[in-house]
Design a protein around this ligand. Structure first.
Ligand SMILES: NC(=O)C1=CN([C@@H]2O[C@H](COP(=O)(O)OP(=O)(O)OC[C@H]3O[C@@H](n4cnc5c(N)ncnc54)[C@H](O)[C@@H]3O)[C@@H](O)[C@H]2O)C=CC1
Ligand SMILES: CC(C)CC(=O)C(=O)O
Length: 364
């Protein structure tokens, strides 16, 4: 991989490679854009097949956070970390403490939180070495696990998408297919079940499937069969790039609305959904509840204030569909435009004044 060439494409600021032999830490921190403020984005631990795959994931996820934070109206830039390793086997205390020291070395340019494969306990270990970490234990006055809040944002975003597709935001009686019933999707299923939706679930982890079947009467299907189910809404809640040339022709749903990051393999797959009349709730907007919640820690965490902001996801999704219609563009482009315009406005307004070092971290 030609790394600088890859960074020039979409204008990445910084990639940091972190290695610690004692603990086995191999991490890549991607800081995409800090125009709006320090880069905030979670840490994913995953058993990547190759280093290239890990770099590519960090890069795609880091840029996604720039758009997510901008669209959510946060004064934060975008970044993400990937740790190469099996989260079930390779974790140790020293690893997260070493990683914390690398973050501290960036002096606030990057702030982390949970993502796939990392937990509140991991964030607490990072916190032993740096304050530039969120999603730590409520015992520290923090917001804890962001997943339930991401799930809530996803649920209300799904309702906004249902309104667009069906003219009614009720999910009662709707059949929802859920790919991956992990931290976010389990709680999402809880909300959906409570509202009277029927659930079809899949996961590569049989225990996760069994849990959802037992708790919500969900119907379980094999991972490759999830796309072709007779359903109303598809909720991708596992990994990225699952809206692609293979899966789109299988979809029978009218709505795609889930928590996974980077759902579209390529932008043209968003065009393809639009061409088929499938309403797509842009991933980085519908899944922004978690980051909105952890970002509130930077002001001294207040659950009521954070949840009020999470509630705005419904209106943001509705607004994106309105912009898409007005401008004759697919919803993913409307969401990108909303984020890019905010970054541009802030960039331009800054150039009119002397550089002011005040930023979101000054309050800490
Ligand atoms: N946790 C959070 O607050 C946020 C999560 N997200 C995104 O939402 C997605 C889910 O996140 P979490 O629930 O935290 O992760 P998780 O790791 O708890 O859950 C993911 C689930 O997907 C399953 N899975 C992986 N590959 C699969 C496949 N090919 N087919 C079926 N199932 C598969 C896993 O076994 C796991 O149960 C990820 O893309 C994450 O980046 C986005 C924003 C915030
Ligand atoms: C898990 C969140 C707190 C942050 C993040 O990395 C995301 O929204 O993808």
């Amino acid at each position: 991989m030609e790394i600088f060439k890859r960074m020039e494409h979409h204008d990445y600021e910084q990639l940091v490679f972190c290695q610690d032999k004692t603990s086995g830490l191999k991490a890549i921190i991607c800081i995409h854009d800090t125009t709006l403020g320090p880069a905030l984005g979670g840490t994913r631990m995953w058993n990547y097949a190759t280093e290239e795959e890990a770099i590519e994931d960090a890069i795609r996820l880091g840029r996604g956070m720039t758009y997510k934070n901008a669209a959510a109206g946060l004064n934060l830039g975008g970044g993400k970390t990937v740790i190469i390793g099996d989260p079930l086997k390779d974790k140790n205390e020293e690893m997260f403490r070493a990683f914390g020291r690398f973050i501290q070395g960036l002096n606030g340019r990057y702030i982390t939180a949970e993502d796939v494969g990392t937990t509140v306990a991991d964030m607490d270990l990072i916190h032993e070495e740096t304050d530039f970490v969120t999603g730590i234990s409520p015992a520290f006055g923090s917001s804890g696990n962001p997943s339930p809040v991401t799930a809530y944002g996803c649920y209300i975003g799904m309702k906004a998408a249902a309104l667009e597709a069906y003219g009614d935001d009720s999910l009662e009686g709707k059949t929802v297919t859920v790919q991956g019933v992990g931290n976010v999707a389990y709680t999402l299923c809880e909300y959906l079940h409570k509202e009277g939706a029927k659930l079809i679930v899949t996961d590569i982890n049989q225990e996760a499937v069994d849990r959802a079947v037992e708790a919500f009467g969900a119907v379980a299907v094999a991972p490759n069969d999830i796309y072709s189910q007779d359903a109303d809404i598809f909720a991708p809640c596992a990994m990225g790039a699952i809206i692609n040339d293979d899966t789109i022709p299988q979809l029978k749903v009218k709505v795609v609305a889930g928590s996974a990051n980077n759902q579209l393999k390529e932008e043209r797959h968003g065009d393809e959904l639009e061409a088929r009349g499938i309403v797509y709730a842009p991933d980085f907007v519908i899944n922004s509840g978690g980051v909105i919640n952890v970002a509130d820690e930077l002001y001294g965490y207040n659950n009521e204030r954070a949840m009020k902001r999470v509630e705005t996801i419904y209106d943001s999704i509705t607004k994106i569909f309105a912009i898409a219609k007005r401008d004759g563009i697919p919803s993913y482009q409307a969401a990108d435009r909303m984020a890019e315009e905010r970054i541009e406005r802030v960039r331009n307004s800054r150039s009119q004044f002397l550089r002011n070092e005040h930023n979101i971290l000054s309050r800490r």
